[in-house]
Structure formats: structure tokens, C-alpha cells
Write a protein that binds this ligand. Structure first.
Ligand code: UTP
Length: 275
């Protein structure tokens, strides 16, 4: 059973400056709901109730969002506005939240390693909340991945086909298809120089990781950009045992970039948001 989900949310979000100077990128709203809340919804739907958030300096609003705001609640209690808090109250009833700070931003791999104290020795999910995943036709992406984990019991990364002129922005896998939409990974490269990507399958912000990843991360030296890269650790894991890549069903919006954020906002407003 996968019960915990880790949300690395300590990055600086420089692509959204100045908005992210004092506000975490993960708190940016898609219409009226912050990105992190979409991620928590997805984890809850997948059966998890432990939400483990890696925060950084200036990110206290992430903690406050999942807590009671007595003054506000008192103010709107008994009015129709209370309805607007229904979803977040349901989250708070069904999930618990733990937080840890990443003091130095040494990369996503480092943030995941910091999260070990919250996760312990068990398989867990990772959600990068700035990748918004929506599947209106069926199960959410994490739920799809948990079903696969229950079958294969190994690390799974979500991948998406990406056009050639975009692939250099991602971690990219090479692997053999073992079943529809499932690949056994035998190579991975973080942000390959243009024209050198081993495939068009890019890793996006959803993972199920087995806990041996922590020991591997401890031994993983800084890679691209001087950061500890989860892609490098996953490659070691793939060589030692098994890592699967899963071409998920649904849409994914790169809300860490301005165009992706705008596209997500329009999509949610047109298809999901209810006033
Ligand atoms: P990104 O590189 O997309 O986020 O990291 P960023 O650094 O915040 O954004 P830009 O490029 O400056 O605009 C992917 C995810 O990993 C987390 C980020 O918060 C994001 O969710 N992360 C990254 C950490 O938690 N710690 C780090 O040291 C680096």
C-alpha cells in the first residue's frame, strides 16, 4: 500500500518572478485553487493520506493553507461563502500533513532525500505540483501509477511524448516497451543537448519510488546544473534492478512555465471550475 506522497516544493520558481519572490510557486492558483491542492487531491484519490511537503524559506503559506484560519472561518461561518471552503475542509479531514525544510536548494534529488525523514522506509509517491495532471476520462495519473505499482512492485516514472524541439528541457528515458504504454528503462539522460535525446519520452512530475532510492541519492554526486538530479539516481536504480516508465492517460500542463500555466488556467476555467 502506498500511503505517503512527497511534494518537493522548495524551488525558487524563478520563471515566475516577481510573483514568486515571496509567494511559493506551488501556491499560484489555477483559477481559485492553488497548484499544491490539485496535487493533494490527486494523491488522496490514489489512496494516500500522508502528505509530506518539502518547503523552503518564505514558503509558510503552504503550511497555513492546510490549517484552520479561525478569523476567516468565524467571519464567514453560516454564510453562503462557507461553501467555498468545502473542498479544503474535506482534504483536512482526510489527510494529515508533515513538513520539512530544505535549507539549501541543491536540486530535486536533494529535496527528495531531505523528504526521507517524513517518508521512512516504504514506497512512496512524488508529485511536482507545478506539473498539473488532469484526467477527466478516468483515474488520475497517480491512481493509474499505484495500480501499476501493485502489479510490478518497482519504481515507476510517468512519461509523456514531447516534440523534438522541446525534449532538451526534460529528463528523457530509453527503454523497451514491455506492455502497452509501459517501458522497462535501460537509460536516462537529464536535459540532453538538442538532437541527442535517446527517445521522445520525457519524465514528468509524477513518480512512485521504492525506498532504496534514498541510499542511491546519498551517493549521487551533483549532475547537470550542479544539482543532485533524481534522473541520475533513477538510472543507477534502473541498472541495479528495475525502473518502469509509464505513458499515462490524461493531460499534463507544465505550470512551471508561463505558457503552460495560462493553458492550464484556461482549461480548468472552461472545463472544471464551478462558480
Ligand atoms: P523546477 O526546476 O521546475 O523548479 O524544479 P524551480 O527551480 O522552482 O523553478 P524555476 O526553474 O526556478 O522557475 C522541479 C520541482 O522540484 C522542486 C521545485 O519546487 C519543483 O517542484 N525543487 C527543485 C525543490 O524542492 N528543491 C530544489 O532544490 C529544486
Amino acid at each position: 500500500m502506498i500511503k505517503k506522497c512527497l511534494f518537493p516544493a522548495a524551488g525558487y520558481g524563478t520563471r515566475f518572478l516577481p510573483a514568486t519572490k515571496s509567494m511559493p510557486k506551488e501556491m499560484m492558483p489555477i483559477v481559485n485553487k492553488p497548484l499544491i491542492e490539485f496535487g493533494v487531491d490527486e494523491a488522496l484519490e490514489a489512496g494516500m493520506n500522508g502528505m509530506c511537503i518539502v518547503t523552503g524559506r518564505g514558503k509558510n503559506s503552504l503550511t497555513d493553507h492546510f490549517d484552520i484560519n479561525y478569523e476567516l472561518e468565524n467571519e464567514i461561518s453560516g454564510t453562503p461563502k462557507e461553501e467555498k471552503l468545502k473542498d479544503i475542509r474535506a482534504i483536512m479531514d482526510n489527510a494529515y500533513f508533515t513538513f520539512i525544510r530544505q535549507r539549501e536548494m541543491k536540486g530535486l534529488g536533494h529535496a527528495i532525500l531531505i523528504g526521507k525523514k517524513l517518508i521512512g522506509d516504504q514506497p512512496f509517491a512524488v508529485v511536482l505540483a507545478d506539473d498539473l495532471c488532469i484526467n477527466e476520462e478516468g483515474d488520475g495519473v497517480l491512481k493509474q501509477m499505484v495500480a501499476l505499482y501493485n502489479q510490478f512492485r518497482c519504481t515507476i516514472v510517468a512519461v509523456q511524448e514531447v516534440p523534438e524541439d522541446q525534449i532538451h528541457k526534460y529528463g528523457v528515458i530509453k527503454g523497451e516497451m514491455i506492455k502497452d504504454d509501459i517501458y522497462r528503462v535501460d537509460d536516462m539522460v537529464e536535459k540532453p543537448p538538442q538532437g541527442t535525446a535517446p527517445s521522445n519520452l520525457a519524465i514528468i512530475g509524477r513518480y512512485i519510488l521504492t525506498p532504496d532510492i534514498f541510499d542511491i541519492l546519498k551517493e549521487t554526486p551533483p549532475g547537470k546544473g550542479g544539482e543532485i538530479q533524481i534522473t541520475d539516481a533513477l538510472l543507477t536504480q534502473a541498472k541495479k534492478g528495475c525502473v518502469l516508465a509509464y505513458k499515462f492517460k490524461g493531460k499534463r500542463f507544465d505550470c512551471g512555465s508561463v505558457p503552460g500555466y495560462i493553458e492550464a488556467t484556461n482549461y480548468v476555467y472552461d472545463n472544471i471550475y464551478e462558480d
